[in-house]
Design a protein around this ligand. Structure first.
Ligand SMILES: *Cc1c(COP(=O)(O)O)cnc(C)c1O
Length: 381
């Protein structure tokens, strides 16, 4: 048995993505900057893929810049904007306490370079309250960066509403985790900058892109050739871009509806167990459909994950980027998760390939674990 329930850290590439990639590696090997036939062919292919991917978020072709990962996308949006802006009188940047490390570390680096950062607190479900944001805004605020969906607890922020409150300030969102799972429409939510990655939606690792609204200036953070409108040097990875476009087209509304029903089933069944807390919103309209974050009072998440691993069920203890550090998750700290829960938090990541049988097998295995292992600590009253 093999049940892969860690789709918030990465997904398996879909067949369509593999086919598109294989085709391009064989047939579209020309350099898009070359002026001979193979170069022209590659350039046309690249531009067609860019149009397709732009259309998927209702953006224009020249608003899409390909990069190698979601992490790079966050770096390019945030550093690229801060380095290009006139910062003489504007040095204040705002993000939240629950961002991905590629945002948080970028902010810390900018602080070391003289920017002033505010890390907004979130409520117990991971939401940024609009008043919290408004109170943090200063005359010298340059940029606000708030992720669309959190990667540990699944909270989907109301980006459109938050953005609308501060129309005069450049707004970035890390949309890596919510891409294709929650609606993202660049002309509707009006963000200026957004980050995306392929491998969370069944494209291969190593491909991502940013949305940069027309008229917003950023500075390249990789020096070299003039690829990607001069904003990201390096010969274009057309095979991975083709795989990304294929993966985007290969997820439809029925897939999302099916994932949501599995998520509902998982949440309902987990809530029936004793000593269980669901992290992030229980209202599925505000929760990424692939995410279930659950804490078991008095249990060690690592022991649960290892037990399941031995049975061929793969879940994770929180986020992949932090799972091998012993530190308590900054996200769980920010939502004030009680001490009896904090070490017993498991993240289940669904995908369009997840099935009801797999959910049942997971729940069965969890029951089995709970029968064999009693909690080490009873909630003191
Ligand atoms: C995975 C993830 C990233 C990083 O994407 P990579 O392509 O792995 O660099 C950034 N932000 C969020 C919210 C993510 O879940």
């Amino acid at each position: 048995m093999s049940i892969y329930f860690d789709n918030n850290s990465t997904t398996n590439p879909c067949e369509k993505a593999l086919e598109a990639m294989n085709f391009c590696l064989r047939e579209v090997y020309g350099n898009p900057s070359s002026v001979h036939a193979p170069g022209n062919f590659a350039r046309e292919k690249l531009s067609q893929l860019r149009r397709e991917i732009a259309a998927s978020i209702n953006a224009k072709e020249n608003e899409i810049i390909f990069v190698a990962s979601g992490s790079e996308a966050n770096n390019l949006c945030i550093k690229g904007f801060c380095y290009s802006a006139n910062t003489e009188n504007k040095k204040h940047i705002i993000t939240t306490a629950i961002e991905h490390p590629s945002v948080l570390k970028t902010f810390e680096e900018l602080e070391a370079e003289g920017f002033e950062a505010t890390y907004l607190p979130v409520d117990e479900n991971g939401f940024v309250q609009s008043t919290t944001l408004m109170n943090a805004i200063r005359d010298d605020t340059l940029l606000v960066s708030i992720s669309h969906s959190n990667n540990e607890i699944g909270t989907i922020q109301n980006i459109k509403e938050l953005r609308a409150m501060i129309p005069h300030i450049v707004f970035h969102t890390d949309a890596v985790q919510s891409f294709k799972k929650a609606p993202f429409d660049a002309s509707d939510n009006r963000v200026d900058l957004a980050s995306f990655s392929g491998h969370k939606i069944h494209a291969p690792k190593g491909i991502g892109f940013i949305f940069k609204r027309d008229g917003i200036n950023i500075k390249s953070i990789i020096s070299g050739g003039s690829q990607e409108f001069g904003l990201r040097a390096g010969t274009e990875n057309i095979a991975s871009i083709a795989a990304l476009a294929a993966a985007i087209n290969d997820i439809n509304e029925q897939d999302i509806a099916r994932i949501k029903s599995l998520q509902r089933k998982l949440l309902n069944n987990l809530l029936e167990l004793e000593g269980v807390k669901i992290n992030g919103p229980e209202n599925l309209d505000f929760r990424n459909c692939t995410n279930v974050s659950v804490s078991f009072a008095g249990h060690e998440a690592e022991a649960i994950v290892n037990y399941m691993n031995d049975k061929g069920i793969y879940v994770s203890t929180r986020s992949a980027c932090s799972s091998n550090s012993k530190q308590v998750s900054h996200v769980l700290k920010a939502i004030n998760l009680g001490p009896q829960y904090i070490h017993g938090t498991v993240r289940i990541g669904l995908s369009k390939y997840s099935t009801e049988d797999e959910v049942n097998a997971f729940l069965g295995c969890l029951q089995e674990y709970m029968t064999k292992n009693k909690p080490y600590l009873i909630n003191p009253i």
